[in-house]
Design a protein around this ligand. Structure first.
Ligand SMILES: O=C(O)[C@H](O)[C@@H](O)[C@H](O)[C@H](O)COP(=O)(O)O
Length: 223
């Protein structure tokens, strides 16, 4: 793991977006297509704001979430809506959104169709992850009902999970898909998450799922 500390959040968001743009650009120089996977939640918005203006051939970029809350796009907790509003706009409006949500009552109803949609876009070229103070990443929550299956080496690419801390049901990329990403960045802010990340490194991954992603990760932190 490489740990990068920034003087403030603005600087971090700018540098991380520049870094992601550069890595997508590198990928597109040697391949026809690139896949970017990003978290939802409250942290990455400013990265999206800058990244959406990057000078890239976005028409060759597929964008998918790490995970989604099972709520329609008009719900303020929809990660898909966040992506549309702050990343798939400006130059990045040319990118292809690979959906992690469908209007079905439960995520299980849409799992097969959504999984078929993501397979052609794997492996992920550039993965940006967030982390909760409980050490979850994507929707791999400690204590989630299907956490062990989602972290197993033979997990399908996408799974539906439920966890008390998650609120609504979730759909998430599984650990093998996340670990197969070619470049991994983790974006965290604040003292609580920094301490949680340090703690995670001493725990088994089923108690601290982020720990399973740290070996090749670049971690970016600002107060
Ligand atoms: O949908 C989600 O909740 C995310 O994808 C999730 O994994 C997120 O990255 C962390 O929960 C951190 O969230 P915050 O940035 O809001 O703290």
């Amino acid at each position: 793991m490489e740990f990068h500390t920034y003087p403030d959040r603005d600087m971090m968001m700018l540098r991380v977006s520049q870094r992601i743009a550069a890595e997508l650009g590198e990928t597109l120089r040697s391949a026809d297509r690139a896949t970017l996977s990003v978290p939802g939640g409250t942290t990455p918005g400013p990265v999206f704001d800058t990244l959406s203006g990057a000078d890239l051939d976005w028409s060759r970029v597929a964008v998918m979430l790490n995970d989604e809350r099972w709520v329609p796009e008009d719900n303020p907790r929809s990660n898909t809506a966040l992506l549309r509003r702050r990343l798939l706009t400006g130059r990045a409006a040319e990118a292809t959104l690979v959906p992690l949500y469908a209007r079905t009552p439960a995520p299980e109803d849409a799992l097969d169709a959504l999984s078929d949609g993501i397979r052609p876009h794997l492996p992920i070229s550039v993965l940006l992850l967030g982390m909760g103070a409980d050490m979850h990443t994507a929707s791999l929550f400690p204590g989630a009902d299907k956490l062990a299956q989602a972290m197993a080496p033979d997990a399908p690419p996408l799974m539906a999970l439920r966890a008390e801390a998650a609120g609504e049901p979730r759909i998430t990329l599984t650990l093998p898909v996340l670990r197969a990403a070619l470049r991994v960045h983790v974006l965290i802010t604040g003292a609580e998450k920094r301490a949680a990340l340090e703690h995670a490194r001493k725990l088994p991954p089923e108690q601290a799922p982020i720990a399973a992603m740290l070996d090749h990760a670049q971690v970016h932190w600002a107060e």
